[in-house]
Write a protein that binds this ligand. Structure first.
Ligand SMILES: [Fe+2]
Length: 260
């Protein structure tokens, strides 16, 4: 359990979500006509005031595109100067065993949990190795349940890579979280759960289910065209999300767009 430097009494826990960086071993690595490293650098530069002021970064998967060790070392190198805890989970493109080595020491934590003030952050792996769609193992489901049981005084935020609800885009809805209904049942059954955060869909998404915030952030590289049943991509528009978790359980959140 990572202890985050608590916000001052009455103050919100401030988080910054980055997701789907899709880095390559090659720093000039290109995906669909854009350099993913260059856009991440631009996003981090634009996010600097928020980064320097946050209590932790949520890195919600697909940090690598080519599953290379170098791509993870590069991610660590880019994030380290901000000197903030980085809580990460794997996406379908990631190699968990490399993340467990390189993103699980010092500032970095992989698939763990963190506590800051009266908030509990649960970082779940929804990676289903070899498949694009996600799944939550029984082990991860139990870990989530146990953590919540151990911190009954906390509001809870859960993070995973894959979307647990349909977002109105047929091709993306086909590669979300398998067993999403079971997941959402557990969300409803967790009375102090206030928000679910994910990546994967390369677009901004915000909804509510029985008072629980359902939130996705744009990718730090390219975005998928929203509301379209077939694959489509926008270049040159990247982003990140900030979240303020208040002591009374409220979540205030905003997506920030960056021209890349
Ligand atoms: Fe993904």
């Amino acid at each position: 359990m990572r202890k985050l430097t608590a916000a001052a009494p009455g103050e919100a826990l401030r988080l910054l979500q980055i997701t789907d960086c899709h880095l390559f071993a090659d720093p000039d690595g290109d995906m669909y006509g854009g350099c993913t490293r260059r856009s991440l650098v631009k996003v981090l530069e634009a996010a600097r005031p928020h980064l320097e002021n946050c209590h932790a970064v949520l890195a919600t998967g697909d940090l690598s595109q080519d599953e290379s060790e170098k791509s993870y070392l590069d991610f660590v190198k880019l994030m380290t100067p901000f000197n903030r805890p980085v809580l990460s989970i794997p996406g379908n493109h990631d190699r968990s065993e490399l993340m467990r080595v390189h993103l699980n020491q010092g500032l970095f934590q992989f698939c763990g949990a963190a506590r800051g003030g009266n908030w509990l952050l649960v970082m779940l792996s929804s990676q289903n190795r070899g498949r694009t769609a996600g799944a939550l193992s029984e082990q991860e489901r139990e870990r989530w349940q146990e953590l919540v049981g151990q911190h009954p005084d906390c509001h809870v935020l859960v993070c995973l890579h894959h979307q647990p609800v349909n977002i109105g885009s047929a091709w993306l809805d086909g590669i979300g979280l398998a067993g999403a209904d079971t997941f959402m049942q557990q969300v409803s059954a967790t009375s102090n759960l206030r928000g679910v955060v994910w990546g994967h869909i390369h677009q901004e998404f915000e909804s509510r289910s029985a008072g629980v915030h359902l939130l996705a952030a744009p990718s730090t590289c390219h975005q998928f065209v929203a509301g379209q049943d077939d694959f489509g991509m926008h270049l040159g528009r990247s982003g990140y999300r900030t979240l303020e978790l208040h002591p009374d359980g409220r979540i205030e959140t905003q997506v920030h767009w960056v021209s890349t």
